[in-house]
Design a protein around this ligand. Sequence first.
Ligand SMILES: Nc1ncnc2c1ncn2[C@@H]1O[C@H](COP(=O)(O)OP(=O)(O)OP(=O)(O)O)[C@@H](O)[C@H]1O
Ligand SMILES: [Mg+2]
Length: 181
Amino acid sequence: MKELSMHILDIAMNSVKANASLIEIEIMDSIKDDVLKIIINDNGNGMSKEILNQVTNPFYTTRKTRKVGLGLPMLKEACERCNGNLTIDSTIGKGTKVECCFERSNIDRAPLGNIGDTIMTIINSLVDCELIYKHKVDMLTFSVSTTEIKEILENVDINESSVLLWIKEYINENIKNLYNY
Ligand SMILES: Nc1ncnc2c1ncn2[C@@H]1O[C@H](COP(=O)(O)OP(=O)(O)OP(=O)(O)O)[C@@H](O)[C@H]1O
Ligand SMILES: [Mg+2]
């Protein structure tokens, strides 16, 4: 069972490969409604109807001839195993939105995993691209963006290892607080 943070890393890397200059990752966790939703939105190249069909149609994913990888089909499978679903909205030249949800309490629902680590890894791979991360747990929200971090850092590089480690700890600490409230 793959942790959800690993799926988020996969999907965000697609946005990086699509030359996005803005990536938004949002986690909406509702204990009350028993739904965990993940949205990854980018303003990158987008994908054609043909590719879209290949990554969402299970008929294609089982074929050895498929030209594309397994990131999206695997996430789709993980969602559907938990009474959830995955939808992709993509426009060539505009961007892509991947939205997926899980039944939160489902026995097959993977844990979130180390989100701080994942966001740190994503930030480290960005070139001329900003990232916004939002995490909602019922009524509480935590959000952070590379733009605001860069403002605070002034002349220090966001990709310096001490800064990246700080970001990781900062995110994990804030997520922990969302759940301990
Ligand atoms: N955010 C995105 N923007 C543009 N195209 C995308 C995006 N996400 C996915 N795609 C397209 O869909 C294809 C399938 O993505 P998927 O993550 O399933 O596999 P992959 O990235 O090709 O390989 P893998 O993730 O296994 O290394 C990609 O090759 C790309 O063409
Ligand atoms: Mg991929």
